[in-house]
Design a protein around this ligand. Structure first.
Ligand SMILES: Nc1ncnc2c1ncn2[C@@H]1O[C@H](COP(=O)(O)OP(=O)(O)OP(=O)(O)O)[C@@H](O)[C@H]1O
Length: 451
């Protein structure tokens, strides 16, 4: 089977929720396809029940169900551990946590207990397994030293906040080559040099170092006090782990350096061209533009600036070719290089389903943030569905989230990727839980195509 995996994780009922009771839920399995169907009903059924509270049954859309008493360690062993060998073969795997605020997304993806192995979030547990495997590879070949390149950032609208670089704000943009770049503000250095830094990659040579870096970075994670949940995540947290070597990172730094050198030279060429064109026309009394009889475009000046630009462009190209060469040579010796695991702790799904009928009032700012999150989450669903249905056009450009994730989607085989729907079994969370399950059902049903 080659389909994006959809899992459901029920979180334990908190004691304050217990008096209201549990959602009535059932699971049955289609043994041929190893798919699960979930049924839910509110334990407080009344005659006046709205359509949002009626009992509901999914299709056979889910790959598995994780019960409230199962620890992060169990989740890891079922969902992530089996695909670590893929990352060690240089492939890309993606894992998402989707659910309402407080349903357990961060608990699952990142975890709150950095000391207890059993409660490590999926990304930390994956880092540990990867680091152990890399230690073995390094011990067997002294010519190479592999480590994990860590990038951690939060995405909100078109901005990415770099958690490993003091929450430096970077911007998501599509380049003229149609690739998506996440880069910081343009910095002017001495001697007119310009630098545009991408999201920081921190090279980690041991699991302990990665754990420290991640913990430090997460201190910068922005959580807002919201009317929905006092620690509601209003941003998507993205944790990328990639197998790297120092040579590869140096080669990438050279590309950034040369791109920085190109910026002022390219700008100068444009300025010269515009200046010459403007000198070569004049405005007549009736406001029209006409060629300036007293000035001929200084083509030599324009050409000189263009030639300089071309020279710097070729320097960038050289650096890019060098990067590809370093990668290819390393991959011939050890295919693990470039292997990636991307974990995404999505923003609260309450923004997608709205809060109508829940008695919650949102401020104007919350509503505006909500609309963006809404767009992102819908776009993500459509991208996964379009890939499952093997559509020719995948709508990556529908939202900043899917634009950023495009490179990871395109590098991955969906069979190694998963979305974990985190849900509460509390009766008062019935509408929220139902909305999350419906989202996952739509993703999972599209997978039937590949079944
Ligand atoms: N499966 C679980 N087992 C034990 N505790 C859990 C589980 N899931 C969630 N919790 C606890 O519930 C609380 C809320 O969980 P968490 O912060 O992960 O939710 P969230 O979905 O990330 O919320 P938000 O979107 O607001 O950030 C935390 O205290 C967390 O430790």
């Amino acid at each position: 089977m080659n389909a994006f995996k959809v899992w459901v994780r029920w979180r334990p009922l908190e004691s304050i929720e217990s008096p209201k009771g549990d959602i009535i839920r059932g699971t049955d399995e289609d043994h041929n396809n190893q798919r699960f169907r979930i049924s839910v009903a509110s334990s407080t059924q009344t005659q006046a029940m709205s359509s949002r509270e009626r009992p509901w049954k999914s299709g056979f859309s889910f790959n598995g169900v994780i019960e409230p008493n199962e620890s992060n360690h169990v989740v890891y062993n079922r969902i992530v551990a089996p695909i670590i060998p893929e990352v060690l073969q240089g492939r890309c795997c993606n894992s998402f946590a989707y659910g309402h605020s407080g349903s357990g997304k961060t608990h699952t993806m990142i975890g709150y207990d950095f000391e207890n192995d059993d409660e490590f979030g999926l990304c930390l547990a994956a880092a540990r397994q990867l680091a152990t495997a890399l230690d073995e590879i390094n011990a067997g070949d002294s010519a190479y030293k592999f480590g994990i390149g860590l990038r951690v950032y939060e995405l909100r609208k078109n901005s990415a906040f770099d958690l490993l670089n003091n929450r430096n704000e970077c911007f998501v943009r599509e380049g003229s080559d149609r690739r998506v770049y996440i880069r910081g503000e343009t910095e002017i250095l001495e001697n007119g040099k310009v630098r545009v830094r991408p999201i920081a990659t921190r090279a980690c040579w041991s699991f302990q170092q990665l754990q420290r870096e991640l913990q430090e970075g997460l201190k910068h994670r922005k959580t807002a006090t919201s009317t929905v949940h006092d620690q509601s995540s209003r941003t998507h947290a993205i944790i990328e782990m990639e197998i790297i070597t120092t040579d590869l990172l140096n080669a990438r730094d050279d590309v950034v350096e040369r791109q920085s050198e190109l910026v002022p030279v390219g700008k100068y060429a444009t300025d010269v061209y515009i200046e010459e064109q403007l000198r070569a026309i004049i405005q007549t009394e009736d406001g029209k533009y006409t060629p300036n009889p007293n000035y001929n475009v200084n083509q030599k000046r324009v050409d000189a600036a263009e030639n300089k630009k071309a020279e710097f462009e070729s320097r960038v190209k050289e650096a890019e070719e060098h990067e590809s060469e370093v990668f290819a040579i390393t991959a011939r010796a050890h295919q693990c290089v470039g292997g990636r695991f991307v974990f995404v702790d999505l923003a609260g799904a309450e923004f997608l389903s709205g809060t109508a009928g829940t008695g919650i009032k949102q401020s104007a700012q919350e509503k505006q943030q909500g609309r963006q999150i809404n767009t992102d989450l819908l776009a993500l669903k459509e991208v996964i569905r379009a890939r499952s249905l093997a559509q020719t056009r995948i709508p990556y450009r529908s939202s900043p989230l899917t634009m950023v994730l495009r490179q990871h989607f395109e590098a991955s085989n969906d069979a190694q990727s998963s979305i974990i729907l985190t849900v509460s079994p509390g009766a008062d969370q019935y509408v929220a839980t139902l909305n999350t399950l419906k989202y996952g059902d739509l993703v999972g049903l599209a997978n039937k195509h590949k079944g």
